[in-house]
Design a protein around this ligand. Structure first.
Ligand code: EPU
Length: 421
Protein backbone atom coordinates (compact mmCIF):
# COMPACT_ATOMS: atom_id res chain seq x y z
CA UNK A 1 0.00 0.00 0.00
CA UNK A 2 1.29 3.45 -0.91
CA UNK A 3 2.21 6.00 1.72
CA UNK A 4 2.98 9.71 1.78
CA UNK A 5 6.10 11.16 3.34
CA UNK A 6 5.53 14.85 4.02
CA UNK A 7 8.02 17.41 5.24
CA UNK A 8 5.89 20.11 6.83
CA UNK A 9 6.24 23.75 7.76
CA UNK A 10 6.39 25.12 4.22
CA UNK A 11 3.83 27.81 3.21
CA UNK A 12 1.96 26.77 0.05
CA UNK A 13 1.88 29.32 -2.74
CA UNK A 14 0.42 29.46 -6.24
CA UNK A 15 -2.56 28.33 -8.26
CA UNK A 16 -4.40 25.04 -8.04
CA UNK A 17 -7.04 23.74 -10.45
CA UNK A 18 -10.08 22.21 -8.76
CA UNK A 19 -11.20 18.87 -10.23
CA UNK A 20 -14.70 17.67 -11.02
CA UNK A 21 -16.88 16.57 -8.13
CA UNK A 22 -16.65 12.90 -7.13
CA UNK A 23 -20.02 12.89 -5.40
CA UNK A 24 -21.77 14.55 -8.35
CA UNK A 25 -20.06 12.32 -10.92
CA UNK A 26 -21.01 9.05 -9.19
CA UNK A 27 -24.84 9.41 -9.39
CA UNK A 28 -24.62 11.13 -12.78
CA UNK A 29 -22.69 8.19 -14.25
CA UNK A 30 -25.32 5.84 -12.77
CA UNK A 31 -28.12 7.88 -14.34
CA UNK A 32 -26.83 6.84 -17.79
CA UNK A 33 -28.61 3.49 -17.14
CA UNK A 34 -31.85 5.40 -17.77
CA UNK A 35 -30.84 6.71 -21.20
CA UNK A 36 -31.71 5.26 -24.60
CA UNK A 37 -28.60 6.63 -26.26
CA UNK A 38 -24.93 7.61 -25.79
CA UNK A 39 -24.08 9.74 -22.74
CA UNK A 40 -20.94 11.87 -22.80
CA UNK A 41 -19.63 13.36 -19.57
CA UNK A 42 -16.77 15.79 -18.99
CA UNK A 43 -14.92 17.09 -15.91
CA UNK A 44 -14.94 13.58 -14.44
CA UNK A 45 -12.08 13.25 -11.94
CA UNK A 46 -9.62 10.37 -12.29
CA UNK A 47 -10.33 8.62 -8.99
CA UNK A 48 -10.61 5.08 -7.72
CA UNK A 49 -14.32 5.55 -6.84
CA UNK A 50 -15.00 6.60 -10.43
CA UNK A 51 -13.22 3.48 -11.76
CA UNK A 52 -15.30 1.37 -9.36
CA UNK A 53 -18.61 2.79 -10.60
CA UNK A 54 -17.60 2.44 -14.26
CA UNK A 55 -16.66 -1.18 -13.49
CA UNK A 56 -20.15 -1.69 -12.04
CA UNK A 57 -21.70 -0.19 -15.20
CA UNK A 58 -19.44 -2.28 -17.39
CA UNK A 59 -20.50 -5.40 -15.46
CA UNK A 60 -24.08 -4.49 -16.39
CA UNK A 61 -22.98 -4.71 -20.04
CA UNK A 62 -22.77 -0.99 -20.76
CA UNK A 63 -20.09 0.29 -23.13
CA UNK A 64 -17.55 2.57 -21.42
CA UNK A 65 -14.91 4.64 -23.21
CA UNK A 66 -12.52 7.31 -22.03
CA UNK A 67 -11.65 9.21 -25.23
CA UNK A 68 -9.85 12.04 -23.45
CA UNK A 69 -8.70 13.21 -20.03
CA UNK A 70 -11.70 13.80 -17.81
CA UNK A 71 -14.30 12.47 -20.24
CA UNK A 72 -16.30 9.29 -20.14
CA UNK A 73 -18.62 8.09 -22.88
CA UNK A 74 -21.24 5.52 -21.88
CA UNK A 75 -23.35 3.44 -24.24
CA UNK A 76 -26.32 2.11 -22.24
CA UNK A 77 -27.85 0.26 -25.22
CA UNK A 78 -25.87 -2.92 -24.57
CA UNK A 79 -27.06 -3.37 -20.96
CA UNK A 80 -27.61 -7.09 -20.44
CA UNK A 81 -27.27 -7.70 -16.69
CA UNK A 82 -29.06 -6.19 -13.73
CA UNK A 83 -26.70 -7.28 -10.97
CA UNK A 84 -24.14 -5.20 -9.03
CA UNK A 85 -21.93 -7.82 -7.35
CA UNK A 86 -20.57 -7.77 -3.81
CA UNK A 87 -16.92 -7.60 -4.99
CA UNK A 88 -17.55 -4.11 -6.39
CA UNK A 89 -20.23 -2.77 -4.02
CA UNK A 90 -18.22 -3.67 -0.91
CA UNK A 91 -15.48 -1.24 -1.90
CA UNK A 92 -17.92 1.62 -2.54
CA UNK A 93 -21.31 2.24 -0.98
CA UNK A 94 -22.37 4.61 -3.75
CA UNK A 95 -22.86 1.53 -6.01
CA UNK A 96 -26.36 1.38 -4.47
CA UNK A 97 -27.16 4.28 -6.83
CA UNK A 98 -27.68 1.78 -9.66
CA UNK A 99 -30.73 0.34 -7.87
CA UNK A 100 -33.27 3.10 -8.71
CA UNK A 101 -32.26 3.45 -12.38
CA UNK A 102 -32.17 -0.35 -13.00
CA UNK A 103 -35.60 -0.80 -11.47
CA UNK A 104 -37.08 2.10 -13.41
CA UNK A 105 -35.63 1.08 -16.77
CA UNK A 106 -35.50 -2.74 -16.63
CA UNK A 107 -37.99 -3.46 -13.81
CA UNK A 108 -35.48 -5.63 -11.97
CA UNK A 109 -32.24 -5.28 -10.06
CA UNK A 110 -29.97 -7.32 -7.82
CA UNK A 111 -27.58 -5.14 -5.86
CA UNK A 112 -25.29 -6.26 -3.08
CA UNK A 113 -26.02 -4.69 0.31
CA UNK A 114 -23.19 -2.20 0.93
CA UNK A 115 -22.64 -3.32 4.54
CA UNK A 116 -20.89 -1.15 7.12
CA UNK A 117 -18.18 1.35 6.33
CA UNK A 118 -15.50 3.14 8.25
CA UNK A 119 -17.71 6.11 9.11
CA UNK A 120 -20.65 4.19 10.51
CA UNK A 121 -23.43 1.72 9.80
CA UNK A 122 -24.99 3.89 7.06
CA UNK A 123 -28.12 1.89 6.25
CA UNK A 124 -30.09 2.18 2.99
CA UNK A 125 -33.50 1.70 4.59
CA UNK A 126 -34.82 5.05 3.31
CA UNK A 127 -33.90 4.14 -0.31
CA UNK A 128 -35.69 0.80 -0.02
CA UNK A 129 -38.80 2.17 1.72
CA UNK A 130 -39.23 4.86 -0.92
CA UNK A 131 -38.78 2.46 -3.87
CA UNK A 132 -41.25 0.05 -2.23
CA UNK A 133 -43.76 2.89 -1.98
CA UNK A 134 -43.26 3.47 -5.71
CA UNK A 135 -44.28 -0.11 -6.43
CA UNK A 136 -41.06 -2.12 -6.13
CA UNK A 137 -41.12 -5.53 -4.55
CA UNK A 138 -37.93 -5.75 -2.50
CA UNK A 139 -36.48 -8.62 -0.51
CA UNK A 140 -33.09 -9.05 1.13
CA UNK A 141 -31.54 -12.40 0.36
CA UNK A 142 -28.00 -13.75 0.83
CA UNK A 143 -26.57 -10.25 1.25
CA UNK A 144 -28.32 -8.88 -1.82
CA UNK A 145 -31.19 -6.47 -2.41
CA UNK A 146 -33.47 -8.33 -4.84
CA UNK A 147 -35.96 -5.98 -6.46
CA UNK A 148 -38.51 -6.20 -9.23
CA UNK A 149 -41.55 -4.22 -10.27
CA UNK A 150 -44.34 -4.34 -12.78
CA UNK A 151 -43.71 -0.64 -13.29
CA UNK A 152 -42.78 2.10 -10.84
CA UNK A 153 -45.50 4.62 -10.11
CA UNK A 154 -45.20 8.19 -8.91
CA UNK A 155 -46.12 8.81 -5.29
CA UNK A 156 -45.38 11.10 -2.33
CA UNK A 157 -42.11 10.25 -0.57
CA UNK A 158 -41.28 11.84 2.78
CA UNK A 159 -37.73 11.49 4.08
CA UNK A 160 -37.59 11.96 7.87
CA UNK A 161 -33.98 13.14 7.58
CA UNK A 162 -32.47 14.31 4.32
CA UNK A 163 -30.50 11.61 2.54
CA UNK A 164 -28.26 12.55 -0.38
CA UNK A 165 -28.08 9.08 -1.94
CA UNK A 166 -31.75 8.36 -1.19
CA UNK A 167 -32.88 11.58 -2.88
CA UNK A 168 -30.67 10.77 -5.89
CA UNK A 169 -31.90 7.18 -6.22
CA UNK A 170 -35.56 8.24 -6.07
CA UNK A 171 -35.08 11.20 -8.42
CA UNK A 172 -33.56 8.84 -11.01
CA UNK A 173 -36.25 6.17 -10.54
CA UNK A 174 -39.06 8.75 -10.67
CA UNK A 175 -37.79 10.22 -13.94
CA UNK A 176 -38.96 7.06 -15.78
CA UNK A 177 -41.87 6.17 -13.46
CA UNK A 178 -45.50 6.57 -14.43
CA UNK A 179 -47.03 9.76 -13.01
CA UNK A 180 -45.76 12.33 -10.56
CA UNK A 181 -43.42 11.77 -7.63
CA UNK A 182 -43.05 14.37 -4.89
CA UNK A 183 -40.02 14.04 -2.59
CA UNK A 184 -40.41 15.92 0.68
CA UNK A 185 -37.50 16.37 3.06
CA UNK A 186 -35.16 16.03 0.07
CA UNK A 187 -31.41 16.63 0.37
CA UNK A 188 -30.41 20.03 -1.07
CA UNK A 189 -26.72 19.34 -1.77
CA UNK A 190 -25.23 20.78 -5.00
CA UNK A 191 -24.54 17.20 -6.11
CA UNK A 192 -28.30 16.46 -5.99
CA UNK A 193 -28.93 19.59 -8.07
CA UNK A 194 -26.22 18.61 -10.57
CA UNK A 195 -27.81 15.19 -11.00
CA UNK A 196 -31.18 16.90 -11.57
CA UNK A 197 -29.64 19.08 -14.29
CA UNK A 198 -28.11 16.01 -15.96
CA UNK A 199 -31.48 14.22 -15.87
CA UNK A 200 -33.22 17.32 -17.24
CA UNK A 201 -30.67 17.35 -20.09
CA UNK A 202 -31.84 13.77 -20.84
CA UNK A 203 -35.44 14.97 -21.02
CA UNK A 204 -36.58 14.40 -17.42
CA UNK A 205 -39.11 16.77 -15.89
CA UNK A 206 -37.83 17.80 -12.48
CA UNK A 207 -38.77 20.85 -10.48
CA UNK A 208 -37.42 22.06 -7.15
CA UNK A 209 -33.98 20.38 -6.96
CA UNK A 210 -31.97 22.26 -4.31
CA UNK A 211 -35.12 22.77 -2.23
CA UNK A 212 -36.70 20.45 0.30
CA UNK A 213 -39.57 19.50 -2.04
CA UNK A 214 -38.72 18.05 -5.45
CA UNK A 215 -41.42 17.20 -8.00
CA UNK A 216 -40.68 14.76 -10.80
CA UNK A 217 -43.11 14.07 -13.64
CA UNK A 218 -42.16 10.71 -15.11
CA UNK A 219 -41.53 10.40 -18.85
CA UNK A 220 -41.62 7.18 -20.93
CA UNK A 221 -38.03 7.49 -22.17
CA UNK A 222 -34.87 9.52 -21.70
CA UNK A 223 -32.29 10.45 -24.33
CA UNK A 224 -28.49 10.53 -24.34
CA UNK A 225 -26.73 13.78 -23.42
CA UNK A 226 -23.50 15.71 -23.15
CA UNK A 227 -22.90 17.00 -19.66
CA UNK A 228 -20.14 18.71 -17.66
CA UNK A 229 -19.97 17.87 -13.94
CA UNK A 230 -19.60 20.64 -11.29
CA UNK A 231 -16.29 21.26 -9.48
CA UNK A 232 -15.64 19.41 -6.24
CA UNK A 233 -16.67 21.66 -3.33
CA UNK A 234 -14.94 19.43 -0.77
CA UNK A 235 -11.66 19.72 -2.67
CA UNK A 236 -12.18 23.51 -2.64
CA UNK A 237 -12.68 23.49 1.13
CA UNK A 238 -9.66 21.23 1.64
CA UNK A 239 -7.36 23.56 -0.37
CA UNK A 240 -8.71 26.63 1.44
CA UNK A 241 -7.62 24.98 4.68
CA UNK A 242 -4.29 23.95 3.12
CA UNK A 243 -3.66 27.65 2.47
CA UNK A 244 -4.65 28.61 6.01
CA UNK A 245 -2.82 25.81 7.85
CA UNK A 246 0.49 26.47 6.06
CA UNK A 247 0.17 30.28 6.29
CA UNK A 248 0.27 30.23 2.52
CA UNK A 249 -1.28 32.16 -0.33
CA UNK A 250 -3.35 30.18 -2.84
CA UNK A 251 -5.61 30.79 -5.79
CA UNK A 252 -8.21 28.10 -6.43
CA UNK A 253 -9.20 28.04 -10.09
CA UNK A 254 -12.50 26.60 -11.37
CA UNK A 255 -14.08 26.62 -7.91
CA UNK A 256 -17.78 27.32 -7.38
CA UNK A 257 -17.87 29.89 -4.56
CA UNK A 258 -21.66 29.55 -4.22
CA UNK A 259 -21.20 25.89 -3.19
CA UNK A 260 -18.82 26.61 -0.30
CA UNK A 261 -20.53 29.50 1.47
CA UNK A 262 -20.79 27.79 4.88
CA UNK A 263 -17.14 26.68 4.78
CA UNK A 264 -15.89 30.11 3.68
CA UNK A 265 -18.02 31.84 6.36
CA UNK A 266 -16.57 29.57 9.06
CA UNK A 267 -13.01 30.15 7.87
CA UNK A 268 -13.61 33.93 7.75
CA UNK A 269 -14.88 33.68 11.34
CA UNK A 270 -11.59 31.92 12.17
CA UNK A 271 -9.67 34.87 10.74
CA UNK A 272 -8.64 33.33 7.41
CA UNK A 273 -8.73 35.90 4.60
CA UNK A 274 -10.67 34.59 1.59
CA UNK A 275 -12.05 36.50 -1.34
CA UNK A 276 -13.52 35.79 -4.71
CA UNK A 277 -11.69 37.29 -7.68
CA UNK A 278 -13.24 38.69 -10.83
CA UNK A 279 -12.56 35.51 -12.81
CA UNK A 280 -14.50 33.50 -10.21
CA UNK A 281 -11.43 31.94 -8.59
CA UNK A 282 -11.00 31.98 -4.81
CA UNK A 283 -8.00 33.55 -3.11
CA UNK A 284 -6.95 32.42 0.36
CA UNK A 285 -4.36 34.25 2.42
CA UNK A 286 -3.40 32.29 5.52
CA UNK A 287 -1.03 34.79 7.12
CA UNK A 288 -3.50 36.11 9.68
CA UNK A 289 -3.96 35.10 13.33
CA UNK A 290 -6.51 32.36 13.85
CA UNK A 291 -9.51 32.52 16.19
CA UNK A 292 -11.39 29.63 17.87
CA UNK A 293 -14.95 28.87 16.73
CA UNK A 294 -17.74 26.37 17.14
CA UNK A 295 -18.46 24.01 14.23
CA UNK A 296 -21.62 21.92 13.80
CA UNK A 297 -22.00 19.67 10.78
CA UNK A 298 -25.45 19.88 9.20
CA UNK A 299 -27.01 19.05 5.83
CA UNK A 300 -26.43 21.54 3.01
CA UNK A 301 -26.42 24.54 3.00
CA UNK A 302 -24.87 24.16 6.49
CA UNK A 303 -21.30 23.17 7.31
CA UNK A 304 -20.62 19.80 5.57
CA UNK A 305 -19.68 16.62 7.41
CA UNK A 306 -17.17 16.02 4.58
CA UNK A 307 -15.16 19.06 5.85
CA UNK A 308 -15.32 18.20 9.56
CA UNK A 309 -11.99 16.35 9.74
CA UNK A 310 -10.15 19.02 7.74
CA UNK A 311 -11.36 21.97 9.85
CA UNK A 312 -10.42 19.97 12.94
CA UNK A 313 -6.81 19.93 11.74
CA UNK A 314 -6.92 23.73 11.43
CA UNK A 315 -8.57 24.03 14.87
CA UNK A 316 -5.61 22.12 16.35
CA UNK A 317 -3.26 25.04 15.59
CA UNK A 318 -5.81 27.75 16.46
CA UNK A 319 -5.17 29.43 19.84
CA UNK A 320 -7.94 28.80 22.39
CA UNK A 321 -10.72 26.22 22.48
CA UNK A 322 -12.64 25.11 19.40
CA UNK A 323 -15.61 22.78 19.66
CA UNK A 324 -16.61 20.56 16.71
CA UNK A 325 -19.84 18.54 16.68
CA UNK A 326 -20.62 15.83 14.12
CA UNK A 327 -24.36 15.49 13.56
CA UNK A 328 -24.56 13.43 10.34
CA UNK A 329 -22.52 10.27 10.98
CA UNK A 330 -22.11 8.39 14.26
CA UNK A 331 -18.50 7.31 13.82
CA UNK A 332 -16.61 10.02 12.00
CA UNK A 333 -13.86 10.87 14.49
CA UNK A 334 -11.25 8.27 13.54
CA UNK A 335 -8.80 11.04 12.71
CA UNK A 336 -8.84 12.23 16.34
CA UNK A 337 -6.28 9.74 17.76
CA UNK A 338 -4.09 10.25 14.69
CA UNK A 339 -4.17 14.06 15.11
CA UNK A 340 -3.19 13.46 18.76
CA UNK A 341 -0.17 11.46 17.51
CA UNK A 342 0.79 14.55 15.52
CA UNK A 343 0.75 16.66 18.70
CA UNK A 344 -2.86 17.90 18.60
CA UNK A 345 -4.72 18.36 21.91
CA UNK A 346 -8.16 16.89 21.36
CA UNK A 347 -10.75 15.33 23.59
CA UNK A 348 -13.74 13.37 22.31
CA UNK A 349 -17.00 13.85 24.23
CA UNK A 350 -19.75 11.90 22.49
CA UNK A 351 -20.55 13.64 19.22
CA UNK A 352 -18.29 16.58 20.04
CA UNK A 353 -14.53 17.04 19.97
CA UNK A 354 -12.99 19.78 22.09
CA UNK A 355 -9.77 21.06 20.58
CA UNK A 356 -7.19 23.11 22.52
CA UNK A 357 -4.88 24.92 20.13
CA UNK A 358 -1.14 24.16 20.03
CA UNK A 359 1.46 26.21 18.17
CA UNK A 360 2.36 23.63 15.52
CA UNK A 361 1.92 19.94 14.75
CA UNK A 362 4.93 17.61 15.08
CA UNK A 363 5.72 15.02 12.43
CA UNK A 364 4.94 11.38 13.28
CA UNK A 365 3.82 8.12 11.66
CA UNK A 366 0.05 7.98 11.25
CA UNK A 367 -2.55 5.83 9.55
CA UNK A 368 -5.24 7.04 7.15
CA UNK A 369 -8.65 5.56 8.00
CA UNK A 370 -11.18 7.04 5.57
CA UNK A 371 -11.17 9.60 2.81
CA UNK A 372 -11.74 12.86 4.69
CA UNK A 373 -9.84 11.68 7.78
CA UNK A 374 -6.86 11.11 5.48
CA UNK A 375 -7.19 14.64 4.12
CA UNK A 376 -7.04 16.03 7.66
CA UNK A 377 -3.80 14.12 8.29
CA UNK A 378 -2.26 15.52 5.11
CA UNK A 379 -3.24 19.05 6.22
CA UNK A 380 -1.75 18.48 9.68
CA UNK A 381 1.42 17.06 8.12
CA UNK A 382 1.78 20.12 5.86
CA UNK A 383 1.82 22.26 8.99
CA UNK A 384 3.99 19.94 11.11
CA UNK A 385 7.57 20.43 12.20
CA UNK A 386 9.60 17.55 10.70
CA UNK A 387 8.57 14.48 8.74
CA UNK A 388 5.18 12.78 8.75
CA UNK A 389 4.54 9.37 7.27
CA UNK A 390 0.89 8.71 6.34
CA UNK A 391 0.12 5.08 5.64
CA UNK A 392 -2.80 3.62 3.69
CA UNK A 393 -3.30 6.67 1.52
CA UNK A 394 -5.39 4.58 -0.92
CA UNK A 395 -8.31 6.28 0.84
CA UNK A 396 -7.11 9.61 -0.58
CA UNK A 397 -6.88 8.16 -4.08
CA UNK A 398 -10.61 7.36 -3.83
CA UNK A 399 -11.56 11.03 -3.61
CA UNK A 400 -8.76 13.54 -4.33
CA UNK A 401 -7.41 13.70 -7.86
CA UNK A 402 -3.58 13.86 -7.98
CA UNK A 403 -3.43 15.35 -4.49
CA UNK A 404 0.32 14.77 -4.05
CA UNK A 405 1.14 16.29 -7.46
CA UNK A 406 -1.11 19.30 -6.84
CA UNK A 407 0.53 19.92 -3.46
CA UNK A 408 4.05 19.58 -4.88
CA UNK A 409 3.19 22.20 -7.54
CA UNK A 410 2.29 24.56 -4.67
CA UNK A 411 5.68 24.05 -3.04
CA UNK A 412 4.88 21.24 -0.58
CA UNK A 413 7.42 18.49 0.03
CA UNK A 414 5.28 15.40 -0.49
CA UNK A 415 6.64 12.09 -1.66
CA UNK A 416 4.61 8.99 -2.51
CA UNK A 417 6.27 5.71 -1.59
CA UNK A 418 4.79 2.78 -3.42
CA UNK A 419 4.04 -0.58 -1.82
CA UNK A 420 4.58 -1.70 1.79
CA UNK A 421 2.05 -1.77 4.61
N1 EPU B 1 -29.12 7.15 6.32
C1 EPU B 1 -30.00 6.23 6.84
N2 EPU B 1 -30.74 5.49 5.97
C2 EPU B 1 -30.66 5.64 4.62
C3 EPU B 1 -29.78 6.58 4.09
C4 EPU B 1 -29.01 7.34 4.97
O1 EPU B 1 -30.09 6.08 8.05
O2 EPU B 1 -31.39 4.93 3.90
C5 EPU B 1 -28.32 7.99 7.23
C6 EPU B 1 -26.82 7.77 7.07
O3 EPU B 1 -26.37 6.68 7.83
C7 EPU B 1 -26.27 9.09 7.55
C8 EPU B 1 -27.32 10.10 7.09
O4 EPU B 1 -28.51 9.34 6.89
O5 EPU B 1 -26.20 9.09 8.95
C9 EPU B 1 -26.99 10.85 5.82
O6 EPU B 1 -26.63 9.92 4.81
P1 EPU B 1 -26.78 10.25 3.25
O7 EPU B 1 -27.68 9.25 2.65
O8 EPU B 1 -27.12 11.69 3.09
O9 EPU B 1 -25.29 10.02 2.76
P2 EPU B 1 -24.79 9.24 1.49
O10 EPU B 1 -25.67 9.52 0.33
O11 EPU B 1 -24.53 7.83 1.85
C10 EPU B 1 -23.30 11.20 0.63
C11 EPU B 1 -21.85 11.38 0.25
C12 EPU B 1 -20.99 11.35 1.50
C13 EPU B 1 -21.44 12.48 2.42
C14 EPU B 1 -22.93 12.33 2.74
C15 EPU B 1 -23.49 13.46 3.59
C16 EPU B 1 -21.76 10.39 -1.94
C17 EPU B 1 -21.29 9.30 -2.81
N3 EPU B 1 -21.47 10.30 -0.65
O12 EPU B 1 -23.39 9.94 1.26
O13 EPU B 1 -19.65 11.61 1.08
O14 EPU B 1 -20.70 12.45 3.61
O15 EPU B 1 -23.70 12.27 1.50
O16 EPU B 1 -23.31 14.67 2.95
O17 EPU B 1 -22.36 11.34 -2.41
C18 EPU B 1 -17.30 11.48 1.15
O18 EPU B 1 -17.27 11.96 0.01
O19 EPU B 1 -16.26 11.36 1.87
C19 EPU B 1 -18.57 11.01 1.70
C20 EPU B 1 -18.65 10.15 2.70
Amino acid sequence: MDKFIIEGGIPLNGEVHISGSKNAALPILCSSILADDICTYTNIPALRDISTITEVLSTLGMGIERPCNGCIVIDPRTTSSYEAPYELVKSMRASILVLGPLLAKYKKAKVSLPGGCAIGVRPIDMHLKALTKMGANITLSHGYVMAFTEGLKGTRIVFDTPTVGGTENIMMAASLAEGTTVIEGAAKEPEVVDLAYALIAMGAQIDGAGQSTITIDGTPSLSGLEYRVIPDRIEVGTFLIAGAITKGDLILKDARADHVVAVVDKLLEMGVAINQREDGSLHVDGKHDLLPVQVDTVPYPGFPTDMQAQIMALACITPGTTSITENIFENRFMHVPELVRLGGRLEEKGHTVIVQGVEQFQGASVMATDLRASASLVLAALNARGLTEIRRIYHLDRGYENLDQKLVKLGARVRRERGGL
